[in-house]
Design a protein around this ligand. Structure first.
Ligand SMILES: O=C(O)CCC(=O)C(=O)O
Ligand SMILES: [Fe+2]
Length: 294
């Protein structure tokens, strides 16, 4: 199925409660919602008011400036490290450009810091809800953060245009924030595309394949893409928690049983990314399965 179904909406989960602390009833309630949403969709909309509105809005000013730099300047920001350098000018997705923010402005730095708190709360809830508390410190220490920013040029026609190819994220958790131009679509397990329409105070939270593998498939890592329908540019920023090089992702015994046989052999995310960017990795339906599937 490849049609949009406006009837399906992503779950919306409220992280704005002032006393959202581990051990409280509020926490357990939200934890239950996170568990169900990530199991069923691998994605949800999070309302989170801890980042002041003026800070959130000034993000897009910084992004506009960053992407308005001459191409010569932008392409100087190349990198061999996965996710880091400038990407853009791809014939397949001509509207798309992206780069790591390098956290150079105060605005972006403080935005990332506050958003990483949301990432940690979500991951803590996920681990607790699977009874994996004993891995909490190891898990939290196993990742780095990267803020990557994206621009999708508006379409110059009335046709819908591909902004970003359908893919699954390969990291742990992704938290996206966007301007008022929608375009992100997330695919359900049944193959239907949901149009993501976050409100001004909400962020889109999505599971990547590293967490999917570590939890042995107990959470879903959804395919998603960007489709552009408007003539206005879409700006988005993503906070990505990414496994550190040298850390082995190994599903814990607690999530492996007869009903849930082991899906992947232990792997190193950075080495896997090396394979993902090869021709074989790009061609594979699931690069992770080809790389280390059981
Ligand atoms: O721009 C967006 O909302 C999605 C970006 C995305 O999927 C990615 O960078 O992996
Ligand atoms: Fe993505």
């Amino acid at each position: 199925m490849d049609s949009q179904t406006p009837l399906i909406k992503l779950p919306v989960i409220d992280f704005s409660k002032p006393e959202l602390k581990p051990g409280t009833n509020e926490w357990d309630l939200v934890k239950g919602q996170v568990h169900v949403a990530l199991r069923d969709y691998g994605c949800f909309e999070a309302t989170f008011d801890k980042i002041p509105i003026n800070l959130r809005e000034s993000i897009f000013g910084s992004l506009e400036e960053l992407f308005d730099l001459p191409l010569q300047t932008k392409i100087r920001n190349v990198s061999k490290k996965p996710y880091h350098g400038y990407v853009g000018q791809y014939p397949q997705v001509p509207l798309y450009e992206s780069r790591a923010s390098m956290m150079q402005t105060k605005t972006i730095q403080s935005f990332s810091q506050q958003l990483s708190e949301l990432d940690r709360n979500i991951r803590r809830m996920v681990l607790e809800s699977f009874g994996l508390e004993k891995y909490m410190n190891e898990h939290m220490d196993s990742t780095n953060y990267l803020l990557r920013v994206m621009k999708y040029k508006g379409t110059e026609t009335t046709e819908t245009k591909l902004g970003l190819n359908s893919h699954t994220d390969k990291n742990v958790v992704t938290i996206l924030y966007q301007n008022e131009v929608d375009g992100l679509e997330v695919q359900t397990k049944e193959g239907e595309w949901i149009n993501v329409k976050p409100s001004k105070q909400s962020f889109t939270v999505m599971i990547g394949e590293s967490l999917y593998a570590w939890l042995n498939g107990r959470v879903y890592a959804p395919y998603h893409r960007v489709m552009m329908t408007r003539d206005k540019a879409r700006y988005s920023a993503g906070l990505f928690s990414i496994p550190k090089a040298g850390y082995t992702i190994n599903a814990s015994d607690e999530v492996v049983d007869e009903e849930h046989p082991l899906l992947f052999k232990p792997f190193d995310h950075v080495k896997f990314m090396g394979f993902y960017y090869t021709e074989a990795g790009q061609k594979a339906e699931s690069a992770l399965k080809v790389y280390c599937g059981v």
